[in-house]
Design a protein around this ligand. Structure first.
Ligand SMILES: O=C(CO)[C@H](O)[C@H](O)COP(=O)(O)O
Length: 237
């Protein structure tokens, strides 16, 4: 296994220990979450977790969970999740993140805001002081996507339509497009989030602000560091 995969496995194994037996669990999407699901299954095999319900944010994660015998329900079937474990593309000093590299941002945000606790699992290469250095995904309705594209261009946000390998536009689970924005580092990401939230035709965007409660970071020295949102003032800048 290469070092990157080893880091993902280590941080995923730590997150699997946070799952409380009998609880309602949310499971995100991505290559780090893939490890989390297999570590969860490993733990469940040793001592059954008897989870009350599992919701997930993509068909990929659903299929993997089901392959281990977990039963997955829809978000609409639960009132809330007790814990969601998800990956992230970039995380800043305030534990704000860019998510949606895998295109699942809308369901990811819906599941996240309906959870008591959000844990993100990343390797240290994802850490930045200010959010940036990764295309910011914005899911847009097809009917007004060209207008949105021009608006973003005029705002200097360097938009590009996400494409599939065959060169056609990427289509989300909900039949929408994704416009990736080439943003420069954002010291105050709430400004851009507010602009996108108020833009007609935008379904959701990948700025996840004040959502992550606990960040698990796989370090190259083999350790896993935990940062808590409610203890941010204790983190040296
Ligand atoms: O937001 C996501 C998918 O929409 C993922 O959590 C994010 O892209 C991180 O993925 P990976 O663990 O593969 O780096």
């Amino acid at each position: 296994m290469n070092e990157q995969e080893l880091l993902k496995q280590q941080v995923a194994a730590s997150a699997a220990q946070l799952v409380v037996p009998g609880s309602i669990l949310g499971v995100g999407t991505g290559s780090t979450v893939k490890w989390f699901i297999s570590e969860l299954a490993k733990r469940d095999r040793l001592t059954p977790l008897n989870l009350a319900a599992i919701v997930t944010t993509s068909n990929r994660s659903k299929e993997q969970l089901e392959s281990y015998g977990f039963k997955v329900v829809e978000l609409a079937d639960i009132d809330h999740a007790d814990l969601v474990v998800d990956g992230a593309d970039r995380v800043d000093d305030q534990l704000n993140g860019i998510k949606g590299g895998g295109g699942a941002l809308t369901l990811e945000k819906s599941v996240a805001v309906n959870s008591e606790k959000n844990v993100w699992i990343v390797d240290e290469g994802k850490l930045v002081h200010h959010l940036g250095g990764f295309p910011l995904p914005v899911e847009v309705l097809p009917i007004s996507c060209e207008q949105n594209f021009r608006q973003f261009e005029q705002a200097g946000l360097e938009p590009t339509f996400r494409q599939r390998q065959d060169g056609k536009r990427y289509i989300t689970h909900y039949g929408n497009y994704i416009i990736d924005l080439g943003i420069s580092p954002l010291p105050i990401p709430s400004g851009l989030a507010g602009y996108l939230d108020s833009t007609v035709g935008v379904v959701e965007h990948g700025l996840f602000l004040d959502i992550c409660d606990e960040l698990l970071i796989a370090r190259h020295d083999g350790t896993v560091e935990t940062r808590y949102r409610n203890q941010l003032n204790k983190i040296p800048s």
